[in-house]
Design a protein around this ligand. Structure first.
Ligand SMILES: [Zn+2]
Length: 476
C-alpha cells in the first residue's frame, strides 16, 4: 500500500527545519526520497565474523526540488568501501555519528555526492559496497538487538542497520520519511552446513566449494528485509512454511497446524483468497524480538514451546483478506486485524480474551485523548493524512468490536467477505465499506460510522466514561 503523504510531510519538514537543533541538516535533508528496490548481495565469513556486501538501491526523488546529495545510515561497525552509479565511482563522506536525539545510538552516516542533481520524479540506482561486523545495539537499551555474525545463529535486519537505509542520525527526521515500501532481491552466501531463510520466495540455491548461495525475492511490497541463518528445519503445506530449530520440531508442527486452522477459519468466514502467495514463520532464539513483515513473521522460540504465543500470526494472516484503501489510507485495516487477532484467540484457543483487550484499548485511548488533542478533532478516516496511524490499531480495534456486536458474527463476516470480493483488485473507501455493511445487514449504519470513522463523535462516550456495552447499546 502507498502511505506517502506528501503535503503533510512537507509541512512537517518545514516546521522541523525551523528548529535550531536540526539546522545542521538544513541544506541537504530531504525526506521525500524513497527507495523502490533493493538488490542486496551478502557473503558471510564466520571465521573472521565479517560480512561483505554490495547493495544496489534504486531511489526516487518524490520532492519538487532537485537533490545533489543522498543520505544513508548503516550500522556503526560497517564501513563503506565504494559507491558507484552506472559503473562510475561517486564521492562520499562517512562518519560514525551519535543520533542527535539518542546519544547512545551510533550509526555510520554516509552522504553520497551525485555527479548531477537528481531532478523531481527522477530515479537513480546506486551500488554501495561495504563490509564489517555486527555487535548488536544493547548499549542503546535495545536488548533484543544482539545481532552478530555467528554460525549458531545470525540475523541480518534493519533493527541492526545491516543494510543502508535513507536517513540521518536523527530519529525526529527519519520519522518524516514515508514508510519504506519496496521490492527486493537478496543473495546470500554461507557455508553448506547452514540454511538461510527469508520471508519472501526462495528463487535459487547454488553450492560451490562448500559454500551455498541462496537467492530470495519479496512476494509483496516490503518495508524490511530479514535474513536468518542457522541450522533450520522446514515444514511446509500449501504455501505455509515454518522454519524451525531442530530441537523445536514438535512445537513447529503445532505452529503449522495453527496456521492451517487460521487460514481455514478465515476462508470459512470471508471466502477463498484470490491471490495467496504464501506465508511463513521463521523461528528465532528467545531474546531476539519477534517481528512481522507482510508475508512472514520472525517468531521467538517461546511460541514454539507455548502455543498461546501465536496470536501475532492471526493478525498478520487476516491482513491477506484486506482491501487497499485509497491513499492517504486511514489504515483502519489495522484495527480490524487487531480485533480479529483477539477474536481468533477466543475461537481457536477457547480462551476469553476480547473483553479484556477491549477494556485495555479503551484505557489506552482515554489516556491518549488527554495527551494528544488531535484525537478530539481528527477522525479515523483522516489518520493517514495526519500521520496518526498508530491510533488505527487501538481506536480501530474498539470500532470494529462495536461493529461486530451491532451486526452479529454472521453479518459482520459476510460484510468483510463481500467487501473483499468486490474490492480485492481495486482501491476502496470507507464509504464503500459502510455501504456494504448496510446492504448486507439491511440496517442503516451511518450513526455508528459517523461517530467512529467520519467524525470524532466517540469522544462523548469517553468523556461520559461509558462502558463498552453502553456504547454498543446506543447503536442497536
Ligand atoms: Zn497489522
Amino acid at each position: 500500500m502507498n502511505f506517502r503523504i506528501h503535503l503533510l510531510i512537507a509541512s512537517i519538514v518545514f516546521s522541523i527545519v525551523a528548529m535550531a537543533a536540526l539546522a545542521q541538516h538544513e541544506d541537504d535533508y530531504n525526506t521525500l526520497l524513497a527507495i523502490n528496490h533493493y538488490d542486496w548481495t551478502v557473503r558471510l565469513d564466520f571465521g573472521n565474523t565479517l560480512m561483505r556486501a554490495a547493495c544496489k538501491v534504486e531511489i526516487t526523488n518524490n520532492s519538487n526540488r532537485s537533490v545533489k546529495k543522498l543520505p544513508f545510515v548503516l550500522y556503526r561497525l560497517l564501513t563503506v568501501r565504494e559507491v558507484k552509479s552506472g559503473g562510475t565511482s561517486l564521492s562520499y563522506v562517512q562518519n560514525i555519528r551519535s543520533f542527535e536525539d539518542q546519544v547512545r545510538l551510533q550509526s555510520n552516516f554516509i552522504t553520497v555526492e551525485l555527479k548531477k542533481p537528481l531532478l523531481p520524479n527522477q530515479s537513480i540506482t546506486l551500488e554501495i559496497e561495504y563490509d564489517g561486523t555486527l555487535h548488536g545495539y544493547t548499549e542503546v537499551g535495545w536488548n533484543y538487538v544482539r545481532d552478530k555474525i555467528d554460525p549458531n545463529f545470525t540475523i541480518l535486519r534493519p533493527d541492526c542497520m545491516a543494510y543502508p537505509e535513507l536517513g540521518y542520525p536523527s530519529n525526529k527526521i527519519n520519522k518524516q520519511f514515508p514508510k519504506a515500501n519496496f521490492d527486493y532481491r537478496v543473495s546470500i552466501t554461507i557455508p553448506d552446513s547452514l540454511l538461510a531463510v527469508n520471508g519472501g520466495t526462495l528463487v535459487s540455491t547454488n553450492s560451490v566449494n562448500g559454500q551455498t548461495t541462496f537467492e530470495f525475492k519479496n512476494m509483496e511490497k516490503a518495508w524490511r528485509m530479514d535474513i536468518a541463518i542457522g541450522k533450520y528445519g522446514r515444514f511446509t503445506d500449501n504455501g505455509l512454511t515454518v522454519y524451525y530449530f531442530k530441537q523445536d520440531s514438535l512445537g513447529a508442527k503445532k505452529v503449522l497446524t495453527a496456521l492451517q486452522k487460521t487460514i481455514s477459519l478465515y476462508t470459512n468466514w470471508w471466502g477463498p483468497l484470490n491471490n495467496f502467495k504464501g506465508f511463513s514463520i521463521i523461528e528465532i532464539p528467545d531474546g531476539f524480538g519477534s517481528q512481522a513483515d507482510v508475508t512472514s513473521i520472525l517468531q521467538s522460540a517461546s511460541a514454539f514451546k507455548d502455543s498461546t504465543e501465536i496470536h501475532q500470526a492471526y493478525h498478520e494472516i487476516s491482513h491477506c483478506w484486506n482491501v487497499d484503501l485509497k491513499a492517504p489510507s486511514p489504515r483502519w485495516e489495522e484495527g480490524l486485524a487487531t480485533f480479529i487477532e483477539y477474536l481468533t484467540i477466543e475461537k481457536l484457543e477457547h480462551r476469553e480474551y476480547l473483553d479484556y483487550m477491549t477494556d485495555w484499548f479503551l484505557q489506552v485511548i482515554r489516556r491518549e485523548v488527554t495527551n494528544d488533542i488531535r484525537l478530539k478533532t481528527v477522525p479515523m478516516v483522516d489518520f493517514g493524512k495526519h500521520g496518526m496511524t498508530d491510533y488505527s490499531y487501538s481506536l480501530g480495534m474498539i470500532a470494529f468490536r462495536i461493529l461486530y456486536e451491532i451486526l452479529g458474527e454472521e453479518k459482520f463476516n459476510h460484510s468483510v467477505r463481500v467487501f473483499y470480493k468486490e474490492y480485492s483488485d481495486k482501491e476502496a473507501t470507507t464509504e464503500d465499506f459502510m455501504r456494504i455493511t448496510k446492504q448486507v445487514s439491511g440496517k442503516d449504519m451511518s450513526a455508528f460510522f459517523s461517530d467512529w470513522f467520519f467524525t470524532t463523535g466517540y469522544i462523548k462516550y469517553l468523556d461520559r466514561q461509558s462502558t463498552f456495552d453502553e456504547m454498543v447499546m446506543l447503536y442497536k
